[in-house]
Design a protein around this ligand. Structure first.
Ligand code: SF4
Ligand code: SF4
Ligand code: SF4
Length: 338
C-alpha cells in the first residue's frame, strides 16, 4: 500500500436496483467536492479518475471501455463503488433484473452481479454507497420479488479486497454527500500510503462517521431532556411522538447537515426514519407512528423533565436579574471594604 501510486480509477456502478440518488447527492459534496478530488486540489493525492455515467463525458462503448479495462487488469489500482442493491439473478429462468453493458460473446446484457464477480477480485477496495448497496434498502423489503441484497450480503461479510480492506459501507438514503467523499478521500490517502487501515464498525461503516446516534447530535435534544414533545408538525419541540427514531439510529446528519452544513432531518422538522440502518425500512415501519420504545421512555422523561423545567425556571428567573450591588449613590455595596 505504501508504493507510489500516480493514478487511481474509481469504477462506479450506478446500475444496481436504486434511484441514482446517491450519485446525485454526491454532486453536492463540499468536504471535499468531486471537483476538488478530480482536479488535484487536495495535496498528496494521486490523480483520480471517476467513471460514473451521470458525470461522464464519454458514452456508449467509450464509457464501457473502462469497465473492460478494469476486468482485464489494465486499470490498476481502482476502487469499485457500487450503488443500488444487488438483485438475485438466480431465482428465475430467464431475463435479468439489473444489467450494464453487453457481453461481446453472447450479445446479452451483463447483470450487475456479474460485474461484481468480475471486478471485486481485482479492486483495491469495494465501497457500497447508499443503503440499497450497503444493506439492501427499499428494494430488499419483505415481499420483494428480486431477492435484493447489499454488496456484503452478496460477496460475504468476511470478504476482503486484495489489499486486505473489508467492504466499506457508507449508508444513507441517499448517502450524506460529504460522508461518502470523506470516506473516498480516506481510501485514496490509504492508497497513497498516507493513512492507516480505514476504521470500520461491525456493519462496515466508517467509525468516525457512524459512531453516534441522531439523538446525540439533534438540535431538539434539550426538548427531549425536558419532556417537551411535539404533538404536531411545525413545533420546535422533540419529534419522538410523531415517529422520530433518532435515539436508536446511527447517523451524523443532524450534526453535519445535508449540504454545506445546512439541514439535518429532525433539526429542520423531519422525523428520523432510520434510513442509514441495516434494518431499514422494515424495522422502522409504519413510518410516522410513535416508535414502540418511545411510549415508556417519554413517560419517564416527562416526569423528571417536568420537575427539571420547574427548577430551571427558578434558576432562569434568578440569573435573568442583575446582582443587587449594581446601583447609583455614594455607597459601595460590593468590592473591598473602604
Ligand atoms: Fe436511491 Fe436511497 Fe437506494 Fe440510494 S439508497 S439508490 S437514494 S433508494
Ligand atoms: Fe431525539 Fe428525534 Fe427528539 Fe431529536 S427529534 S431529540 S433525534 S427523538
Ligand atoms: Fe436518515 Fe435519520 Fe439520518 Fe435523516 S437523520 S439521514 S432519516 S438516518
Amino acid at each position: 500500500m505504501a508504493t507510489k501510486v500516480e493514478d487511481v480509477h474509481i469504477i462506479w456502478i450506478v446500475e444496481g436496483l436504486g434511484c441514482e440518488g446517491d450519485t446525485i447527492a454526491v454532486t453536492a459534496a463540499t468536504q471535499p467536492s468531486i471537483e476538488d478530488v478530480v482536479l488535484g486540489a487536495i495535496p498528496g493525492l494521486p490523480r483520480v479518475h471517476i467513471h460514473n455515467k451521470c458525470i461522464a463525458y464519454e458514452w456508449g462503448k467509450d464509457f464501457m471501455d473502462w469497465w473492460y479495462k478494469a476486468e482485464r487488469g489494465e486499470l490498476d489500482p481502482f476502487v469499485l463503488v457500487f450503488e443500488g442493491s444487488v438483485p438475485n439473478e438466480k431465482i428465475k429462468s430467464e431475463g435479468y433484473w439489473a444489467a450494464l453493458g453487453v457481453d461481446a460473446t453472447t450479445g446479452q446484457p451483463i447483470p450487475v452481479s456479474d460485474w461484481i464477480d468480475r471486478l471485486a477480485p481485482k479492486a483495491l477496495a469495494v465501497v457500497a454507497i447508499g443503503t440499497c448497496a450497503t444493506y439492501g434498502g427499499i428494494h430488499a423489503m419483505q415481499g420483494n420479488p428480486t431477492g435484493a441484497m447489499g454488496v456484503a450480503d452478496y460477496l460475504g461479510w468476511d470478504w476482503k479486497s486484495r489489499a486486505g480492506i473489508p467492504i466499506v459501507n457508507v449508508p444513507g438514503c441517499p448517502v450524506q454527500p460529504d460522508n461518502f467523499m470523506e470516506t473516498l478521500l480516506y481510501l485514496l490517502y490509504q492508497v497513497a500510503g498516507m493513512a492507516p487501515m480505514i476504521p470500520l464498525d461491525e456493519e462496515g461503516r466508517p467509525t468516525w462517521l457512524f459512531g453516534k446516534t441522531v439523538h446525540e447530535g439533534c438540535d431538539r435534544g434539550s426538548y427531549y431532556e425536558q419532556g417537551m414533545f411535539a404533538s404536531e408538525y411545525g413545533s420546535p419541540q422533540c419529534l419522538v411522538k410523531l415517529g422520530c427514531w433518532g435515539p436508536v439510529v446511527n447517523c451524523n446528519v443532524p450534526k453535519r447537515g445535508w449540504m454545506a452544513g445546512i439541514g439535518g432531518c429532525p433539526n429542520v422538522g423531519g422525523i428520523c426514519i432510520g434510513c442509514t440502518m441495516p434494518g431499514f425500512p422494515d424495522k422502522f415501519m409504519p413510518f410516522m407512528d410513535e416508535p414502540p420504545g418511545a411510549k415508556l421512555s417519554t413517560s419517564v422523561v416527562s416526569i423528571w423533565g417536568g420537575a427539571l423545567r420547574g427548577l430551571r425556571k427558578i434558576t432562569n428567573d434568578t440569573v435573568n436579574k442583575e446582582p443587587s450591588w449594581r446601583h447609583k449613590g455614594r455607597q459601595l455595596t460590593t468590592g473591598y471594604p473602604p
